[in-house]
Write a protein that binds this ligand. Structure first.
Ligand SMILES: Cc1cc2nc3c(=O)[nH]c(=O)nc-3n(C[C@H](O)[C@H](O)[C@H](O)COP(=O)(O)OP(=O)(O)OC[C@H]3O[C@@H](n4cnc5c(N)ncnc54)[C@H](O)[C@@H]3O)c2cc1C
Ligand code: SF4
Length: 330
C-alpha cells in the first residue's frame, strides 16, 4: 500500500475545505470497508485520506416525522434496526439486512454504501487485465471474458460492470433525495441521478464531484412503503452481493394497484427502476399472472452477455416473487 497523509476534520465545513485543498489524489473515508480494500489492492492509491468520522452532523437519524432523514455516517446495522424503517419501509430495512455481514454492517456507513465501487474482478485485480474503469483507455476484459455477474442494462462498449449495492436499489424505489455539501454550498440530488451509467467515461461512478460530501439521505413518507420488500438472490445465503435483486412496493385501493414501485439490483450499471413494469400494474389486481407479466416486462430490452443470459428468466421470477410478497403486506 502506498504511503498517504491522514486528516480528520472536526466539522463539515473544514472537511469540505480539506477535500478541496487536497486536490486530485485526495479521498474521503467513512467506514473504510470499500476504500481500504481497494487501497490494499492498489486500485485506489490516494496521497491523502480525509476521515469524516468526527462529523456529528452526519451521524443523526430522524425517522419520526413526515420525512425520514438518515445521516450519511449512520451505520448500516443501526438503520436496519430502526423500528419505523422495519414497520413502514420494510424494503429499506431488508435491503440493509441482506447486505454484507453483521461485522461489515456495524462498520459501514450509509453514504459509503451508496458510493461503493463495482465488484468486477478485472477492476479489483488489475494487471494483466484491461479495465477502462481502473485504467481509462485500456479496454474492458469483461466484455469477452467472465461476465456472469455483469450488467444486462446500462452498459456501454467501454464498461459493463454491475452496480453492486442493495440500499440504493431500495432507495430508488422510494424516490429518496441525497443532500450533499461542497465548496459551492449545499445541493440536493434525486437518488436516481446520483449514479452514472459508464458511457465513454466509466472511471466516474457518480455525479458527485470529488470535493462533495453526502450529508444525509431523505425519504419522503409515503403510503407505498408499508407494502414493500427487498428480494435478493445470491450465490451464498450467509452474505454475498446480489446475483439479481428486486425492490418492490405497491399501494392497493379497492382491490387494484394504485401505485407500484419496482427497482432492480445486480443486473444494471446503476440502480435500475423498471418503470414500464410499474405502469403495467396500475389499475389491475395483483395475482400470480399479473406479477409474472410485470417480471417479464421488467426485463424487456435486456442485453445479455456470453455468461449472464440466465439472469433474464431468474430476474423476471425475482420481480414476480417480490411483487407477491409486497402485495401480501398491503
Ligand atoms: C465481503 C463484503 C461483502 C459485501 N456485501 C455487500 C452486499 O451484499 N451488499 C451491499 O450493498 N454491500 C456489500 N458490501 C459493501 C459494503 O456494504 C460497503 O463496503 C460499505 O457499505 C461501504 O461503506 P463504508 O462506510 O465502509 O465506505 P468507505 O469504504 O469509507 O467509502 C466507500 C466510498 O464512498 C465514499 N464515501 C463514503 N462516505 C461518503 C460521504 N458521506 N460522502 C461522499 N463520499 C463518501 C468514499 O470516498 C469511497 O469512495 C460488502 C463488502 C464486503 C467487504
Ligand atoms: S466491466 Fe468495467 S470494471 Fe469490469 S473490466 Fe470492464 S471496464 Fe473494467
Amino acid at each position: 500500500m502506498k504511503r498517504f497523509d491522514y486528516a480528520r476534520p472536526m466539522d463539515l465545513e473544514s472537511a469540505v475545505a480539506t477535500l478541496s485543498a487536497g486536490g486530485e489524489g485526495t479521498r474521503l473515508i467513512a467506514g473504510g470497508t470499500t476504500m481500504f480494500d481497494l487501497m490494499k489492492l492498489d486500485v485506489e492509491m490516494p496521497g491523502r485520506i480525509v476521515d469524516i468520522n468526527n462529523l456529528s452532523e452526519l451521524k443523526t437519524m430522524e425517522t419520526s416525522g413526515d420525512e425520514l432523514r438518515l445521516g450519511a455516517l449512520v451505520r448500516m446495522a443501526d438503520a436496519a434496526e430502526d423500528a419505523r424503517l422495519k414497520a413502514e419501509f420494510p424494503v429499506l430495512s431488508e435491503a440493509l439486512w441482506k447486505a454484507a455481514s453483521q461485522q461489515l454492517r456495524n462498520m459501514a456507513s450509509l453514504g459509503g454504501n451508496l458510493l461503493q465501487r463495482t465488484r468486477c474482478a478485472y477492476f479489483r485485480h488489475g494487471a494483466p487485465f484491461a479495465c477502462n474503469k481502473r485504467n481509462p483507455g485500456s479496454g474492458c476484459a469483461a466484455i469477452g471474458g467472465a461476465n456472469r455477474s455483469h450488467a444486462l442494462f446500462g452498459g456501454s462498449d467501454a464498461c459493463i460492470a454491475a452496480y453492486p449495492g442493495d440500499f440504493a436499489v431500495a432507495l430508488i424505489a422510494m424516490d429518496a433525495l441525497i443532500d450533499v455539501a461542497g465548496p459551492q454550498g449545499r445541493r440536493t440530488i434525486p437518488i436516481a441521478e446520483l449514479h452514472r451509467q459508464p458511457g465513454t467515461q466509466p472511471q466516474h461512478d457518480a455525479t458527485l464531484s470529488s470535493e462533495e460530501i453526502i450529508v444525509q439521505i431523505r425519504i419522503p413518507a409515503n403510503a407505498v412503503g408499508k407494502a414493500s420488500t427487498y428480494h435478493k438472490i445470491r450465490d451464498r445465503e450467509s452474505y454475498a452481493f446480489a446475483v439479481v435483486s428486486s425492490a418492490a412496493a405497491v399501494r392497493i385501493e379497492n382491490g387494484v394497484v394504485a401505485d407500484a414501485r419496482i427497482a432492480l439490483g445486480g443486473v444494471a450499471t446503476v440502480p435500475w427502476r423498471a418503470s414500464r413494469a410499474e405502469q403495467a400494474l396500475i389499475g389491475r389486481r395483483i395475482d400470480a399472472q399479473t406479477a409474472a407479466e410485470a417480471g417479464r416486462i421488467a426485463f424487456e430490452g435486456a442485453t445479455p452477455l456470453s455468461h449472464n443470459a440466465f439472469k433474464i428468466e431468474l430476474g423476471a421470477n425475482v420481480v414476480s416473487d417480490a411483487l407477491m410478497i409486497a402485495a401480501g403486506r398491503a
